[in-house]
Design a protein around this ligand. Structure first.
Ligand SMILES: Cc1cc2nc3c(=O)[nH]c(=O)nc-3n(C[C@H](O)[C@H](O)[C@H](O)COP(=O)(O)OP(=O)(O)OC[C@H]3O[C@@H](n4cnc5c(N)ncnc54)[C@H](O)[C@@H]3O)c2cc1C
Ligand SMILES: *[C@@H]1O[C@H](CO)[C@@H](O)[C@H](O)[C@H]1NC(C)=O
Ligand SMILES: *[C@@H]1O[C@H](CO)[C@@H](O)[C@H](O)[C@H]1NC(C)=O
Ligand SMILES: *[C@@H]1O[C@H](CO)[C@@H](O)[C@H](O)[C@H]1NC(C)=O
Ligand SMILES: *[C@@H]1O[C@H](CO)[C@@H](O)[C@H](O)[C@H]1NC(C)=O
Ligand SMILES: *[C@@H]1O[C@H](CO)[C@@H](O)[C@H](O)[C@H]1NC(C)=O
Ligand SMILES: *[C@@H]1O[C@H](CO)[C@@H](O)[C@H](O)[C@H]1NC(C)=O
Length: 552
């Protein structure tokens, strides 16, 4: 059972020469020589890490390079910022707590979903669609625009009526920008070592260099349309206003046609690709340290997440490591220290409040005089005219929240006073806000009687009551979460490289460019492709020297 030795190797070689067609002659020799699998550690089981593992498996198998992929994930679940919680703790009602939508042009997510046989549904599949108006854009005192539930031509007519050619110009501009971006998916640009250079090649640096408002103005898109429609979208998608967020991400916000999601949770894509990758996934395991050893290997120290103070980390050696999440939040130390450490960049702080209630959004709160009127099921926000907060990251303005969406209804059996069970429809809502919503705020928005708290105007902060202080009959279930969901996307023209040091790869540089599940997945595939290319080169070199030896 020892190693085959030179003779054994030659015999094996002869065997395969006999049993294989001439085209594949040399390959089996290599499988033998390279038999020790490439050991890759992936840190993070989100979109980036899971797609890195998926692509490694595909490419390594295709080029006959054995690979062993270990995925370390400090959380107890796969998906990272893409994850669900169950309404009423009932697995029948998973609700997205993080990333909720992707779009048809997101080929990495679409293709993988199809390959995995996952169902892909319209993102508002479950929305009750009970109101005349589906979306309202609120500026803190008025709806500046509302979208009718049904007739899209009627909406288009109203858009043109109010905004003239701006919607069409925006659509065309978005298509041009997206077209440039999609070149990054293909050869000769893919895979790219430097995102800064690749972005320059597809002519997108002008777009990332200017804030959204300046970029739109330069493209003759009216301030009114930019503020009322495009900014409503940058606020719900990224929690920032147009004078802050760069032109590219602003355009991404207008490319949400055909928004879809995976029933049960988008994380199922990442779970599926990790299985397809045959990766060894270690949940509840935090990587604490990466050490480059003298022989060029990478030593990874990890600890159970529940016991980070333990003094004896688990150590294992790898050939390559991929850091697939923002380094600044990873708690990983790297030694010897990196020559260039990725900048800490400011991230948005977002409160996500999910809850269920028999109440509907209060038409009164939103100034609708007709008591029988319904507030739109989705309420987006923008700043009122003349209220310019510039690039201030605290940009929510008078509305106080980014968005309120009605996600679905759930039928509940609720016990009445007489002990009878009665069926009741409860709505499930999602609020995005920069501060934790107070009980008073929620009570007012949903027309709930609530006596506690002070009088005065409604603000989310600073009083310290929370949704949990409201009666159980009014709020039948809730879940609160604070995220660092995406960076503040200030204009910039350079992005972190994919290789931080030899054998230490990084995916999260792309978040300053475009921050979505798809782009993280793209970057995961990108570093995997670069890695396999480098192995291929290594293999070719080895083959060259080996062929030389055999000829001698
Ligand atoms: C509320 C919210 C809404 C969003 N909406 C959308 C949307 O609609 N559409 C969209 O496309 N995107 C959306 N996003 C953004 C999207 O979620 C992210 O861009 C994407 O999921 C990032 O994937 P990632 O793999 O790069 O990072 P992550 O998903 O953050 O994955 C990184 C993983 O690494 C793990 N990790 C970190 N450090 C360590 C360590 N030391 N050891 C072990 N594991 C570690 C983390 O636990 C995490 O699981 C949203 C995000 C949030 C939070
Ligand atoms: C190995 O090298 C030889 C000579 O350079 C070349 O003809 C052959 O295609 C290579 N084989 C592989 C599997 O790369
Ligand atoms: C893959 O690597 C891990 C971590 O080093 C190791 O525990 C496992 O045994 C390896 N699997 C195979 C099939 O080599
Ligand atoms: C991870 O930890 C959680 C508790 O935090 C536990 O419920 C779960 O079973 C653990 N999962 C694994 C795979 O160890
Ligand atoms: C997705 O699938 C289509 C059709 O097979 C293919 O043309 C495209 O290149 C794929 N895209 C990616 C990113 O895999
Ligand atoms: C809204 O439109 C959907 C179809 O898109 C329809 O099923 C629903 O009944 C409409 N609701 C109202 C209130 O018009
Ligand atoms: C809220 O603040 C008040 C006074 O500032 C304090 O007495 C009270 O305990 C706080 N309540 C909670 C739930 O933190």
């Amino acid at each position: 059972m020892g190693s085959p030795g030179i003779l054994g190797l030659l015999l094996l070689y002869l065997n395969v020469l006999i049993s294989h067609s001439s085209a594949a002659q040399q390959q089996p020799l290599h499988s033998v020589i390279d038999a020790a699998p490439k050991r890759v550690a992936v840190i993070g089981a989100g979109a980036g890490g899971s797609f890195a593992a998926y692509e490694l498996r595909k490419l390594a198998d295709a080029s006959n390079i054995p690979v062993n992929v270990t995925v370390f994930e400090r959380a107890s679940y796969i998906g990272g910022r893409s994850t669900t919680v169950n309404a009423f703790d009932d697995p029948a009602y998973p609700i997205e707590l993080g990333a909720s939508i992707f779009v048809e042009i997101n080929e990495n997510l679409m293709n993988a979903s199809q390959a995995l046989g996952l169902d892909i549904r319209g993102a508002d599949h479950f929305r009750p669609k009970e109101t005349e108006e589906s979306i309202g854009i609120w500026d803190g005192s008025n709806f500046v625009f509302t979208m009718k539930n049904d007739s899209s031509w009627w909406n288009i007519g109203r858009l043109i009526w109010r905004y003239g050619l701006a919607p069409i110009r925006t659509q065309n501009l978005m298509k041009t920008v997206v077209g440039k971006f999609l070149k990054l998916y293909q050869e000769p640009l893919f895979p790219f070592r430097s995102l800064s250079e690749a972005a320059a090649e597809v002519d997108l640096l002008d777009v990332t260099a200017s804030p959204g408002d300046a970029f739109l103005e330069a493209n003759s898109i009216s301030e009114l349309f930019a503020r009322e429609i495009i900014q409503a979208s940058t606020r719900v998608n990224y929690g920032q206003n147009l004078p802050l967020i760069h032109g590219l991400e602003s355009m991404v916000c207008m490319a949400t046609d055909g928004a879809v999601s995976i029933p049960g949770g988008n994380w199922r894509i990442f779970d599926g690709v990790l299985q397809a990758a045959k990766a060894d996934v270690r949940l509840n395991t935090s990587v604490t340290e990466i050490v480059k050893t003298n022989d060029g290997a990478v030593q990874i120290s990890s600890k159970p997440t529940s016991d980070l103070d333990s003094t004896s980390p688990d150590e294992s050696e790898f050939d390559e490591v991929i850091i697939a999440g923002p380094l600044q939040y990873s708690g990983i130390s790297i030694s010897p220290p990196l020559q260039h450490i990725p900048d800490d960049i400011p991230y948005v702080k977002l409160h996500v409040t999910l809850f269920a209630s028999p109440h509907r959004i209060s038409p009164e709160f939103f100034g609708l005089r007709d008591k029988n009127a319904h507030a739109p099921e989705t309420i987006l926000t923008t700043l009122p005219e003349g209220h310019n907060l510039g690039s201030n990251p605290k940009g929510v303005g008078p509305a106080d929240f980014w968005s309120i969406s009605t996600l679905r209804t759930i039928s509940r059996f609720v016990e009445q006073e007489d002990g009878e069970q009665q069926r009741e429809d409860h709505y499930v809502y999602k609020i995005f806000s920069p501060e934790r919503p107070t009980a008073k705020f929620i009570a007012q928005v949903f027309g709930i009687e609530y006596s506690h708290g002070t009088s005065g105007s409604v603000t989310i902060a600073p009083d310290n009551t929370t949704i949990g202080d409201l009666p159980k009959g009014e709020i039948s279930w809730f879940h609160e979460k604070v995220w660092h969901p995406y960076p503040l996307l200030y204009p910039r023209v350079t992005f972190e490289d994919t290789l931080l040091a030899p054998s230490i790869w990084y995916t999260s540089g792309i978040e300053s460019f475009i921050s979505t599940m798809e782009t993280s997945a793209l970057m995961g595939r990108n570093v995997a492709a670069l890695m396999v290319r480098s192995w291929q080169r290594e293999k070719d070199e080895r083959n060259d020297s080996l062929t030389g030896k055999i000829e001698l």
